[in-house]
Design a protein around this ligand. Structure first.
Ligand SMILES: Cc1cc2nc3c(=O)[nH]c(=O)nc-3n(C[C@H](O)[C@H](O)[C@H](O)COP(=O)(O)OP(=O)(O)OC[C@H]3O[C@@H](n4cnc5c(N)ncnc54)[C@H](O)[C@@H]3O)c2cc1C
Length: 393
């Protein structure tokens, strides 16, 4: 059964990409999976698990070799995100925030000094990255950003609050967006990269209480006249939106790949359970209504994977921005991850709510991926606008 699923997933991968999947899957199952529930129960950020990544080259799959990275191609990056997310949301998030949002922006828009300062440290595991975009007033309408950056001698003063910030308390790099002129809306949005540990005053990182992902230690980040130097500016003042666009384009690819991993995990858990558990003297898997769920889960996962790999191949062929395709992959795969978690839970029955089983935890984790890097509503709107010709790629 598993072989038929793997055959389709791997069908048009190169031998190298298949080997990456095999090696990363083995690593993830042995070195990460057995410890995830423990970190979640202890509400502890998994620094020790993250520390295992550099030796495997897993912290820089989009970073070129000259900076210590292991970049080979975008599809391979997707496979890595998928396989790590299959076992843990948080460790996969470390990889995708660092490579898509942060390193991607640095590679495209950073100065040599900024690249030299941050990229090698990211690949070696010395620098965890955090992206500070969302604000209490809303994460979808980023053009209406309230956080401000005011020019002063030698740098910028940042004021405002960011919420839901993953990895913030452990970060050695903040990718921050703030407005230099709020009246200009999205044309005032400006990007910065800096080490939060070097900010002397005015920056505080508080806990952001969550019902899920307690091991992520999501944070609320406050800036009150926090000074960051001129060298922190990424690109030009007011040039943050195009940087964000590029970052989110790749970000949505990696989040979509993570969703495929989560959707697959629901299958991995539900299939053996359906063939073990009995009711009315039969295995659950023999009931047609269970089979309907299994069939839907298999098709959804493979449809999402197909969109993700196709997007990766477009990027590998040199298409720099694939906004519509990124939205399609992100929308379909996040909804597949949520629906697979729901169907998987139904197969587990009441035990899906027991701490003994993983499947129930996956539901809120999958749902959170439907919000991050653009909600379903935003992607529905973008896809429709591209299709209708209201918006151009
Ligand atoms: C686990 C987790 C980790 C996260 N990590 C990070 C992080 O590291 N960094 C970061 O910056 N953010 C992070 N986020 C925040 C995430 O990006 C936001 O939740 C997301 O962008 C949506 O913003 P919001 O929650 O403020 O919702 P809102 O923007 O308030 O939207 C609320 C609802 O209204 C809908 N809506 C909004 N506008 C429209 C419209 N025009 N038409 C129709 N519907 C609309 C939205 O789709 C949504 O369903 C994280 C979130 C979670 C749950």
């Amino acid at each position: 059964m598993a072989n038929s699923l793997d055959r389709m997933a791997d069908f048009d991968l190169t031998p190298e990409q298949r080997e990456v999947r095999r090696v990363v899957r083995e690593f993830a199952e042995k070195e990460i999976l057995p410890y995830v529930e423990k970190y979640e129960a202890e509400e502890r950020y998994p620094v020790e698990l993250i520390a295992k990544l550099p030796d495997m080259g897993l912290l820089g799959p989009m970073i070129p070799e000259e900076y210590g990275g292991s970049f080979s191609d975008v599809v391979t990056y997707g496979i890595i995100c998928e396989e790590i997310a299959r076992v843990d949301w948080v460790v996969a998030s470390v990889i995708s925030v660092a490579n898509s949002l942060c390193a991607g922006s640095l590679l495209d828009f950073g100065t040599k000094a900024q690249k030299d300062k941050f990229l090698p440290g990211i690949t070696q595991g010395d620098i965890i990255c955090s992206a500070c975009l969302t604000e209490p007033g809303g994460g979808t309408d980023l053009g209406n950003m309230q956080t401000t950056a005011t020019k002063v001698d030698g740098g910028w003063l940042i004021n405002g609050t960011k919420v839901f910030i993953s990895h913030a308390a452990h970060a050695g790099l903040f990718f921050l967006v703030a407005s230099v002129d709020r009246e200009k809306k999205h044309k005032g949005v400006t990007a910065f990269v800096f080490d939060p540990r070097e900010v002397e005053k005015g920056l505080s990182i508080g806990k952001f209480p969550m019902r899920t992902l307690k091991r992520d230690n999501l944070a609320e980040v406050h800036f009150e006249d926090a000074f960051i130097p001129d060298e922190a500016l990424l690109g030009k003042p007011g040039g943050g939106f195009p940087i964000l666009g590029g970052a989110l384009d790749t970000g949505r690819f990696s989040v979509a790949a993570r969703c495929v991993g989560q959707a697959q995990r629901c299958l991995d858990l539900a299939l053996p359970y359906a063939m073990e558990r009995e009711a009315f003297g039969q295995k659950l898997g023999n009931f047609q209504m269970t089979q309907q769920k299994v069939s839907d889960m298999v098709c959804r996962t493979q449809q999402a994977r197909g969109l993700v790999y196709q997007l990766g191949r477009m990027k590998d062929s040199g298409v720099k921005r694939a906004s519509m395709e990124s939205s399609m992959a992100k929308l379909c795969s996040s909804q597949a991850a949520v629906q697979n978690a729901l169907d998987g839970m139904q197969i587990f029955g009441g035990y899906s709510c027991s701490e003994e089983y993983e499947i129930g935890r996956l539901l809120l984790e999958a749902k959170s991926l439907e919000f991050g890097e653009g909600t379903s509503e935003l992607h529905n709107r973008l896809i429709a606008e591209f299709a209708l010709g209201i918006r151009q790629q």
